[in-house]
Design a protein around this ligand. Structure first.
Ligand code: HAM
Length: 403
């Protein structure tokens, strides 16, 4: 039997209800915040991710579904959504047009990771990207949007915040950190030795226990911010305080993608095991320029839908629409006709086989219909239809013309 690939799941039945409930809720909130839907291809040139997510990141270095296509192009399945949206933004010349552009998207992402609970090779994200707003109010608003989505879904969270500085303060900090790590000597792991050459600040989120102990006294990025970054970070905290959004400062939060500057944030849950990040994002003011667009400030986030599906508190199921069934074979044609009419206005389920009333009532209950309607030879003779309201537990015989 052919099975799905490791780390890739089918989504159906109850899972699908959770999946669509999440997408519907997040979409409704994103629209209220003024965001517009964008769809970008699943397959892009590999160079796009190398230049944005970064060659030193684990995502590009180890996890890409990359191949040469029949036209000899080096392509890969998207590991995340931001790079494609930025490419589309530049390709459609929205950078040159100026103004503010806000997008949301959802869809599958692919990372060749070691699968475990909460860590898949094909997973789904809901993300938003905002272009053209430099103000830190946009960062705060975005964080409040994630918070609104999580609250609406009944999901508790902890919000972790950091600032990654900008071109003014990051280089100095990076030098200080490199010097510190070099002085740690032989004790650091092989990955950190490599990081020192490629992207030193990633040492801060090294998962190796002995590295973590060694770096306890490392200089903190938050203490090396320039005036502008420091002011923005203070403002961000104040706006969140004023709006009742609780947060923790995590000076080691550096994110796994290279394009960030200034605000970086992650939402984590304590109820889903070790893969606890349910959303992450931040500011990426240099990325548009880096991908050959006109310099444009930008900020965004993405949420991991599979991780959230474990946490969603589903609303009580409400009965909806009609179920129509035949008691005798001769009623089936009429049942089909009535079903097609009803479908113009309501959700309607039909059964093509004649059955007894008990079986129809059971089937109507299973599909959560509000009304179970049946027609047999008696009803055909009298021009009527038998209807039971499954919510109020009442039943009546009504004239076919009034149905
Ligand atoms: P990310 O932190 O790599 O950021 O991913 C965002 C979310 O996707 C994570 O918090 C997690 O919930 C989910 N996720 C990531 N990898 C997996 C996996 N292997 N299995 C299941 N879920 C996963 C980004 O992708 C950025 N593009 C976010 C962003 C948008 N930044 C600015 N704009």
């Amino acid at each position: 039997m052919i099975k799905s690939l490791r780390g890739m799941n089918d989504i159906l039945s109850e899972d699908y209800e959770r999946f669509t409930h999440f997408i519907d809720t997040a979409t409704e909130i994103a629209k209220k915040y003024g965001y517009h839907f964008i769809e970008t291809p699943l397959l892009e040139e590999t160079a796009l991710f190398k230049r944005s997510v970064g060659e030193s990141s684990d995502i590009v270095g180890k996890e890409m579904y990359q191949f040469i296509d029949k036209g000899d192009n080096d392509v890969c399945l998207r590991p995340e959504g931001t790079a494609g949206v930025v490419r589309a933004f530049i390709q459609k010349k929205l950078d040159k047009a100026g103004g503010v552009h806000r997008f949301f998207y959802h869809g599958p992402m692919f990372r060749y990771e070691r699968p475990q609970k909460g860590r898949l090779r094909e997973f789904h994200q809901f993300g938003v990207e905002s272009f053209g707003v430099e103000s830190v109010y946009e960062d705060a608003t975005m964080i409040m949007m994630v918070s609104d989505i999580l609250k609406k879904l009944g999901i508790g969270y902890r919000l972790q915040l950091n600032s990654l500085g900008d071109n003014n303060c990051m280089p100095d900090y990076r030098n200080k950190l490199v010097k510190f790590v070099q002085e740690c000597g032989e004790g650091i792991c092989e990955d950190c030795v490599r990081r020192l050459d490629t992207n030193p600040i990633r040492v801060l989120d090294c998962k190796n226990g002995s590295c973590q102990t060694l770096y306890e006294g490392a200089p903190k990025l938050i203490n090396s911010l320039c005036q502008n970054c420091d002011d923005d970070f203070e403002s961000l905290k104040k706006i969140l305080d004023n709006n009742g959004v609780a947060y923790e400062i995590d000076t080691n939060l550096v994110r796994g993608l290279d394009y960030y500057s200034k605000t970086a944030f992650e939402f984590v849950s304590d109820n889903i095991g070790s893969q606890s990040a349910i959303a992450g994002g931040g500011r990426y003011d240099r990325l548009v320029e880096f991908l050959d667009g006109k310099p444009t400030p930008a900020v965004g986030f993405a949420m991991g839908i599979e991780r959230l599906m474990e946490l969603i508190v589903m609303p009580d199921i409400t009965r909806d629409g009609y179920y129509i069934g035949a008691m005798d074979d001769e009623a089936i044609d009429l049942v089909i006709k009535l079903t097609q009419d009803k479908r113009k206005t309501d959700k309607t389920t039909v059964d093509y086989k004649a059955k007894n009333l008990q079986k129809h009532l059971k089937a109507a209950d299973k599909v959560n219909a509000k009304f179970c309607c049946v027609i047999g030879s008696n009803e055909i003779k009298n021009g009527t239809i038998w209807v039971k309201n499954l919510e109020e537990k009442t039943e009546e015989v009504i004239d076919m013309k009034e149905f």
